[in-house]
Design a protein around this ligand. Structure first.
Ligand SMILES: Cc1cc2nc3c(=O)[nH]c(=O)nc-3n(C[C@H](O)[C@H](O)[C@H](O)COP(=O)(O)OP(=O)(O)OC[C@H]3O[C@@H](n4cnc5c(N)ncnc54)[C@H](O)[C@@H]3O)c2cc1C
Length: 258
C-alpha cells in the first residue's frame, strides 16, 4: 500500500516552504520533497529582498500606497497584452501579499524589516521610490538543530541584512560603514546568525519543522500520475528507491527556475 498525502510540495525554496506552511495551516497532511541533499536552493543564496506591496510596515515609513496604484504599476511594467491573461493573478497577488507576510510572521520565527529599495521602474505609473520591499531579519542557524548543516549556503559569508547593505553606502564607502558594522558582524559570527535569503530559508524551515511537516531531502519528484484527468499520485525518490505516493488534494510545483 503506497503512502498518501493531501498535498505534496516539490522544492524547498521560499515558494515551496511557504506553500507547505499554508497547506498545513489549512489542515492538510503535507509532504515536501527536495531533489538536492540541501534545503533552500536559490532562495538560500539570494539577497532575500521581497516585493510585498502594501506590507504592514509601509505606514510607519510614511508611505501612502493603494491597491489601484500597485495594479497600475504591474500593468505598466508588464509586456504588452499580458494583462489579458494575467489580470486575475495580479489582483490575487496584490490582495494576498500583505496577508502572506503577516501569516509568515505568525507561523514562523521570521521577522521582516522594510528597506528603502525603489520599485525597479519607480518612474512608471503607480511606481514608488520606496515602501514595497522587505527582507528577513538575521536568524540563528543553530535553531534548526540537526537541520543546521542541511541548508545551502551563499557564496559570500557577509552577514549583513538586506537593508543594512541597500539602505547605506556600504559598498561605495566601506571605510565609513564597515567599522560601524563591526560589532554587530562580530556578534552575528559568534551567534552563527545568517542574513538575507539564508535567514528567510532558516525561518521558513524552522516553521515547517516545528509544525511537524515532513521534508525529504535527496528526493526528486519525477512523474505525475493522472487518473480521470486529475493528479492522483507523484513518483518520487532516487533512481534505486522510487515510490509512488498517493495525492488526495494536490501537488505544488515549486521547483524554481531563476
Ligand atoms: C544571488 C541571487 C540573489 C537574488 N536576490 C534576490 C532578491 O534580493 N530578491 C528577489 O526577489 N529575488 C532574488 N533572487 C531570485 C530569487 O532568489 C529566486 O527567484 C527565488 O529564490 C526562487 O524561489 P523558489 O522557491 O521559486 O525556487 P528555488 O529557491 O530555486 O527552489 C526550488 C527548489 O526546487 C527544487 N527542485 C527542482 N526540481 C525538483 C524536483 N524534480 N523534485 C524535487 N525538488 C526539485 C530545487 O532543488 C530547489 O531546492 C536572487 C537570486 C540569486 C541567485
Amino acid at each position: 500500500m503506497s503512502e498518501a498525502f493531501d498535498v505534496v510540495v516539490m522544492g524547498t525554496g521560499a515558494a515551496g516552504l511557504s506553500a507547505a506552511l499554508s497547506a498545513h495551516s489549512n489542515g492538510a497532511n503535507v509532504l515536501v520533497v527536495e531533489k538536492s541533499s540541501l534545503a533552500g536552493s536559490t532562495t538560500a543564496m539570494s539577497g532575500g529582498c521581497i516585493w510585498v506591496p502594501r506590507h504592514h510596515y509601509a505606514e510607519r515609513m510614511g508611505v501612502t500606497d493603494s491597491r489601484e496604484a500597485v495594479l497600475e504599476y504591474i500593468h505598466a511594467v508588464s509586456p504588452e497584452g499580458w494583462h489579458n491573461r494575467e489580470a486575475s493573478a495580479w489582483a490575487a497577488f496584490v490582495d494576498y501579499a500583505p496577508e502572506m507576510l503577516l501569516f509568515l510572521e505568525a507561523n514562523t520565527p521570521l521577522k521582516f524589516n522594510p528597506n528603502r529599495d525603489p520599485d525597479p521602474y519607480a518612474e512608471e505609473a503607480g511606481g514608488l521610490p520606496f515602501g514595497r520591499n522587505v527582507s528577513a531579519a538575521p536568524m540563528r542557524i543553530g535553531m534548526l538543530g540537526d537541520w543546521k548543516d542541511k541548508v545551502r549556503q551563499p557564496t559570500s559569508d557577509l552577514r549583513l541584512s538586506y537593508e543594512e547593505i541597500a539602505d547605506t553606502f556600504l559598498f561605495a564607502n566601506p571605510k565609513k560603514w564597515v567599522p560601524r558594522y563591526l560589532p554587530r558582524l562580530a556578534w552575528r559570527k559568534l551567534m552563527n546568525m545568517r542574513a538575507r535569503g539564508n535567514a528567510l530559508t532558516i525561518g521558513l524551515l524552522k516553521g515547517c519543522l516545528d509544525k511537524g511537516i515532513e521534508i525529504r531531502l535527496s528526493t526528486p519528484a519525477r512523474r505525475l500520475e493522472m487518473t480521470n484527468g486529475r493528479v492522483s499520485g507523484l513518483e518520487i525518490g532516487a533512481d534505486d528507491a522510487r515510490e509512488l505516493v498517493r495525492i488526495e488534494k494536490g501537488v505544488v510545483l515549486a521547483s524554481g527556475g531563476f
